[in-house]
Design a protein around this ligand. Structure first.
Ligand SMILES: Cc1cc2nc3c(=O)[nH]c(=O)nc-3n(C[C@H](O)[C@H](O)[C@H](O)COP(=O)(O)O)c2cc1C
Length: 183
């Protein structure tokens, strides 16, 4: 069975990005993937500082890196903070990028996000695509930016806009189609 992992860059109670993550869990499961739902509040890490290497790399970072390596599809839902990425994701990815072998290479990544602005994380998604591509991630095409958040989901947690659902369909198709060499 092909395995997918999802995570959210917001651990806020009532997070819209966690709603998107949960929706992607459902869509990936329906598409035949075994899905692992990661809650980053289970992987608390200190602010990255090179002085902590190599003796004080948090065990949570190693555990998360091992978990990611067991999966071939990774979906990240991100909020947009000040036109960029939230510190939780920046910090998590900084730690992960320092633990060989790379968790970014050899797997297929999808990104999306929900924000309160009508431009729906397009700026954060550009930063996210740029940074994880630079460290080797293959990121599927498309701009799954959703906003304004308060109007984005129905009472069952499904995106209301047809254009959003079409982009998710395209991402799921890409996940099913793309298989990269994981060696
Ligand atoms: C520090 C901070 C900066 C923010 N900057 C932006 C922004 O640049 N663009 C935007 O659309 N929303 C911005 N927001 C609003 C978030 O989009 C909103 O809080 C969203 O619900 C966060 O995602 P979450 O519900 O998953 O926690 C910001 C929120 C915070 C707390």
């Amino acid at each position: 069975m092909r395995k997918a992992l999802t995570l959210s860059g917001s651990i806020r109670t009532g997070s819209y990005n966690q709603m998107l993550q949960a929706h992607m869990d459902k869509r990936l499961f329906e598409a035949g993937f075994v899905v692992t739902h990661v809650d980053l509040s289970d992987y608390d890490m200190p602010i990255f500082n090179e002085d902590l290497e190599p003796d004080h790399v948090p065990e949570t970072a190693r555990t998360l890196a091992d978990l990611i390596r067991e999966h071939e599809i990774i979906f990240v839902a991100t909020p947009e903070y000040n036109g960029s990425l939230p510190p939780l994701l920046v910090n998590t990815f900084a730690w992960l990028s320092r633990i060989p072998p790379s968790v970014f290479r050899g797997r297929t990544w999808g990104i999306g996000g929900v924000s309160s602005g009508k431009y729906g994380t397009v700026s954060a998604l550009s930063h996210l695509r740029d940074t994880i591509s630079k460290v080797g991630a293959l990121v599927v095409p498309g701009m799954l930016g959703i906003g304004p958040a308060s109007e984005a989901f129905d009472e069952n947690g499904n995106p209301v806009e047809q254009s959003v659902n079409a982009k998710i369909d395209q991402m799921i198709t890409a996940f099913k189609t793309i298989q990269i060499d994981r060696t």
